[in-house]
Write a protein that binds this ligand. Structure first.
Ligand code: COA
Length: 246
């Protein structure tokens, strides 16, 4: 796997990996074994066991995956964190990644040589969807969602949300960047490729956003600082297999 993956990344590919955030106890235990004391300390702070298990699995899978790319033991991988909490590899490998989880699912985006962010949300009915959109999105985005038939609003809301979060995760700003400080717009004639506009309507050509269709009831998006790159979305990871082979 290592040689193939690395050569694909050197051709500017973006790899998307997904997996379930619940697993058999032995898989969780194997993931926990490769975590650092900082990470197990963070896991211990979760109030609900489901959240703790999800964090352990996600971090364990991230370590195993990056270990496969880099030819390293998962436990030996070292992360460093931006001031807003974005994890990056401490080594100068050129590999960039980002992680998202929502309910029963997690996703990891990996590429080389450019900032990347991914977001994932399980779509659900939100009774106050219009109010959340009005509070967090740009006026035009909220109005667009409001204008849709009721049955289409949740998908539009979560699509807008994940596009925005993918972008603020790519820049590492996180929610320190207000979600209504930029717009995610469809680029005419190029379905799937989106452009970002700030309030002065300046098109940012150095960013690409893609919606991702990872599971029927999930909205997801990636953002990266480059022109469009080839995208590979792999079948959901079999956790037991990944952990045994790496
Ligand atoms: C980065 C941020 C936007 C993450 O949002 P989130 O939707 O809660 O969480 P996600 O599952 O998408 O992402 C979490 C991962 O992002 C990464 N991350 C953390 N801070 C980050 C940052 N500043 N930039 C990029 N990635 C970041 C971490 O790897 C984290 O995974 P980990 O906790 O397993 O280490 C965060 O700043 C935040 O505060 N979010 C709250 C969002 C919210 O209120 N959502 C409501 C949805 S309706």
């Amino acid at each position: 796997m290592q040689a193939r993956c690395i050569s694909e990344l050197s051709e500017r590919q973006v790899h998307i990996w997904t997996f379930s955030t619940s697993a058999e106890n032995d898989v969780v235990a194997k993931c926990e074994r490769v975590l650092t004391s900082d990470e197990t300390g963070r896991a211990a702070q979760f109030r609900f066991s489901g959240d703790r298990e999800s964090f352990i699995l996600t971090r364990g899978v991230l370590r195993h995956l990056l270990g496969c790319y880099l030819g390293l033991h998962p436990g030996s991988i070292q992360f460093e964190y931006s001031s807003n909490g974005k994890a990056a590899l401490a080594s100068d490998s050129g590999l960039q990644f980002n992680v998202a989880h929502s309910r029963q699912m997690a996703a990891i985006a990996v590429t080389a040589g450019c900032d990347i962010g991914i977001d994932l949300e399980q779509m659900r009915t939100l009774p106050d969807l219009g109010q959340i959109a009005a509070r967090f999105f740009c006026t035009e985005e909220a109005a667009e969602i409001d204008s849709l038939p009721e049955g289409e609003r949740a998908r539009a809301f979560f699509t807008c949300w994940t596009r925005k979060e993918a972008y603020i995760k790519a820049t590492a700003e996180g929610l320190s960047r207000p979600l209504n400080s930029f717009r995610v717009m469809k680029q005419p004639g190029e379905p799937g490729n989106l452009v970002l506009q700030d309030h002065e309507a300046t098109v940012s050509e150095s960013w690409t956003l893609h919606d991702l269709h990872l599971a029927p009831d999930y909205a997801a998006a990636i953002a990266y600082r480059d022109r469009p790159r080839p995208l590979s979305i792999f079948p959901a990871i079999d956790l037991a297999q990944l952990i045994d082979i790496s």
